[in-house]
Design a protein around this ligand. Structure first.
Ligand code: CTP
Length: 423
């Protein structure tokens, strides 16, 4: 499916260069091969040996290396790939790109390429906000360069914080998948260029939209130490939230208890129970798009014990259950303030499509993403096989990595939302 996809990764000179090692590994897991150029400054932070060991190919470093030129010239290097990715894109590299300078292998490849370019800026906040960098970024935007990040946060420099942290490998990967899928209606820009207060972006297929995502399981307390739970890891929902952010949305992620990290560039609200999840979802509305991927517990115990239940010899405790609120149905049936597009998931172990069609009608949502969770390790695993069920029909996808499901789903949802909005 994705074996032939390749990128040319240009690693610039910044402390964030170390994150590229993880990015290369993650790309490989997705079947995307990376050929790498390490700039002179980049080589101060990571070694060519580390890069080439992970990429499984020699790492290119020098424009005038006769061996490299004999093997593959810089023109061929920049064109025999599907996408150029610059990470970290330093202020210097961005300035070179904006002015068309070509005085080393990286800048020459960037000028010689006929492929799309995605950059992951990383620099000190003052450098990022400097009028010169603003000008250069505006120029790159005009030139059609795709951007992911930067994020805000603490810098490597002591006491400094603000926008300038390179996007995390998972976010860069999501942006790469989106760019490679070529499915996004907006072919020009994907990332956080011109990020608005609150995390939204002025660019990308979901620019200016608020996307609400639920993810993970819920825990329903039996007593202070015991609870009812399920096997959901949150991997699919979190990947969807990251992909929506990479597509330019302002994203609110309401997550049940999970062990995975909060995605960067997303506002994550952590909850425990279904009732807390519903309250957090309602507080986060209005939203343009709501995606309910959480595995919400259907039931909770009727009488949660305030003290730990003891084996007192009087037999087994009676655990009477009552039904939890259905968060998806509650939001989809709202008379006012219903999100323009409401997407549900259906976890089934049999009759997947038929049950999903029934859920679509019963819950009042616009799209159900149905998956077979019966015995295949989907819950907690890294891959997913989904069917997109709407009133108009069913679209079945092959088994894909959850990250790729997320990227494709976000592109699909962006198209549906745009069609509904008549744009
Ligand atoms: N859902 C929800 N609130 C609930 C139960 C489910 O919001 N209390 C949402 C899930 O997030 C998912 C969809 O409803 O988007 C379907 O969830 P699923 O567990 O497949 O179905 P259930 O409604 O729980 O029905 P059943 O367990 O009978 O299959």
């Amino acid at each position: 499916m994705s074996a032939s996809r390749s990128i040319l990764l240009i690693i610039g000179g910044g402390i964030a260069a170390y994150k590229c090692l993880e990015l290369i590994r993650r790309l490989k897991d997705r079947g995307i091969s990376s050929r790498c150029i390490l700039t002179k400054a980049g080589a101060e932070f990571v070694t060519p040996l580390a890069v080439s060991s992970l990429a499984g190919e020699r790492c290119f470093t020098d424009l005038f290396s006769l061996t490299d030129e004999a093997d593959i010239g810089h023109i061929a290097l920049s064109r025999s790939t599907d996408l150029l990715v610059v990470a970290p894109a330093t202020a210097d590299l961005i300035a070179k790109m904006a002015t068309g300078l070509a005085n080393d292998l990286a800048s020459t490849a960037l000028l010689a390429t006929d492929k799309r370019v995605l950059i992951a800026p990383a620099m000190n906040p003052r450098m990022w906000q400097h009028p010169a960098t603003r000008r250069n970024m505006a120029q790159l935007e005009k030139d059609g360069v795709l951007v992911v990040g930067p994020n805000s946060g603490a810098m490597a420099e002591r006491g400094e914080s603000g926008p300038g942290r390179m996007a995390e490998p998972a976010e860069i990967l999501a942006a790469i998948e989106l760019a490679l899928a070529g499915e996004a209606p907006c072919q020009r820009a994907i990332g956080f260029l011109g990020r608005l207060p609150g995390g939204a972006s002025t660019q990308g297929p979901l620019a200016g939209q608020h996307v609400l995502v639920t993810s993970g399981p819920t825990h329903e307390a039996i007593d202070p130490v015991r609870y009812i739970a399920n096997r959901s890891s949150g991997k699919q929902g979190h990947a969807i939230a990251a992909a929506a952010a990479a597509a330019g949305a302002r994203v609110t992620l309401v997550s049940g208890p999970v062990t995975i990290a909060d995605p960067d560039g997303v506002e994550t609200i952590r909850v425990e129970s279904a009732r807390e999840m519903l309250a957090a979802v309602e507080a986060a509305l209005p939203a343009d798009i709501a995606i309910f991927s959480a595995a919400v517990a259907d039931w909770r115990v009727a009488d949660e014990a305030t003290e730990k239940m003891k084996k007192d010899g009087s037999g087994l405790p009676p655990l009477a259950l009552i039904e939890n609120p259905d968060i998806l149905a509650t939001v989809a049936h709202r008379q006012s303030g219903r999100p323009g597009l409401v997407v549900g998931f259906a976890a089934e172990t049999e009759n997947v499509i038929a049950y999903a069609q029934a859920k679509l009608a019963k819950k009042g949502c616009d799209l159900i993403v149905a998956n077979d969770v019966g015995g295949t390790g989907v819950m907690g695993g890294d891959a997913n096989t989904v069917h997109l069920v709407t009133r108009d029909g069913v679209e079945s996808w092959p088994t894909l990595a959850k990250q790729e499901v997320a990227t494709r789903l976000v592109a699909h949802i962006a198209r549906l939302a745009a069609m509904r909005a008549g744009t």
